[in-house]
Write a protein that binds this ligand. Structure first.
Ligand code: ACO
Length: 333
């Protein structure tokens, strides 16, 4: 896969450190071995060192010895990180004692290491649910200045090269924010355009999807998409974006011309912004399964440092790829 190869190549030329808090998960450790042997990133593994060594030995993962291992239960900097977490969350009622306990949770410690500059990014989720990976990230690393919502994009790679740019279309939000309002949807559009430029390396042409094209239907849900399009244009003048557009009008030239004459996006979109998480999540999974697309991601966008969440059904390659993307995101900050 050309795009993934080039993402990995770019990662190798950066010197970035990615923390993997699920070090005792077999696929994660196998991925760490590949990442280290190929020089994609430096790795911090969180977990009990002897258990990690035992698992690595069992699978013959020699390169894992090149990782830095931190045992959250016996970490000599626990007090320092507990102070840091307490400072960040005491206004939400977190006590110092609770902070000390949370620091032993690898998912919290990973975000604190990033906040302190000891790591550049994190990949997790092979054995933890999305919410459990994201909550510490939201609380500790937080969003980029000017951004209020984190969202998740999928880079969809299709065999049929007629779609998007040479078969590549970016979908969002497919992973995080269930019910965005117009302002949040505009942020998702702007962030997805940035992800498309930074990670895929193509100029985004953004379609704001709806069940209506250019006012063909009247409904508050359509109004939201129209308003989000207006805000996104205001936020990023020059961004190639249009909406409301139905999916067919967004990607099929003949239909785009007919339903949205004069639109510079209709029929040519390479970024599809869905009106809700429901539609985005269902949409990417249908394209993945019915069209056999490779779905790379979710690439989380809008966080102050890159933290990416895996699906629990992920493969070793998915983890390697997401670490390479995380390195590229960290390099582009
Ligand atoms: N962006 C930035 N910050 C956020 C976001 C967001 N999208 N959502 C919540 N937050 C922040 C809140 O502001 C809050 O911060 P604070 O404590 O400093 O005030 C904190 O996170 C917790 O907020 P809650 O509203 O309590 O968030 P909650 O923990 O209930 O939910 C979550 C957040 C877990 C991401 C929720 O929105 C969710 O479950 N989303 C769906 C995730 C999912 O299941 N996706 C589908 C599977 S993934 C896949 O198929 C690829």
């Amino acid at each position: 896969m050309q795009l993934l190869d080039s993402i990995k190549q770019k990662a190798k030329s950066q010197k970035k450190t990615v923390v993997l808090p699920e070090a005792l998960e077999e696929r994660t450790l196998q991925a760490a071995d590949i990442i280290l042997s190929e020089g994609i990133a430096d790795i911090i593994l969180l977990g009990n060192p002897s258990s990690i060594e035992e698992l690595a030995g069992k699978h013959g993962l020699g390169s894992v010895s090149g990782a830095k291992i931190i045992d959250p239960a016996a970490f000599d900097e626990k007090e320092f990180y507990a102070d840091m977490l307490f400072e960040l969350r005491q206004h939400k009622g977190l006590t110092r004692e609770e902070a000390l306990t949370l620091v032993e949770d690898p998912l919290y410690l990973a975000t604190l290491l990033i906040k302190n500059g000891a790591a550049d990014g994190e990949v997790a989720g092979a054995m933890n649910a999305t919410g459990d990976v994201l909550r510490p990230a939201f609380q500790v690393v937080k969003t980029l200045p000017g951004i209020s919502v984190v969202s998740g994009a999928f880079i969809m790679i299709l065999e049929d090269k007629q779609w998007g740019d040479d078969g590549i279309i970016v979908f969002a939000d497919c992973a995080v924010h269930p019910d965005p309002d117009a302002k949040e949807l505009a942020e998702i559009a702007v962030m997805t355009a940035r992800t498309t430029r930074a990670i895929v390396g193509i100029e985004p042409r953004v379609a704001m999807l709806s069940f209506s094209t250019k006012g063909s239907a009247k409904h508050p849900m359509v109004d939201k998409v129209v308003e989000a399009t207006r805000i996104a244009r205001e936020k990023e003048p020059g961004l190639l974006i249009d909406g409301d557009l139905q999916a067919d009008a967004a990607i099929v030239e003949a239909i785009g011309r007919k339903k949205a004459p004069g639109s510079s996006i209709a029929g040519k979109a390479n970024v599809l912004v869905f009106p809700s998480l429901e539609s985005g999540n269902i949409g990417y999974k249908l394209v993945q399964r019915l069209a056999g697309a490779e779905a790379v991601g979710p690439v989380l966008q809008g966080m102050a440092a890159p933290i990416n969440d895996l699906s629990r059904g992920c493969s070793v390659d998915d983890i390697v790829n997401l670490v390479a993307i995380t390195v590229n995101q960290a390099a582009g900050k």
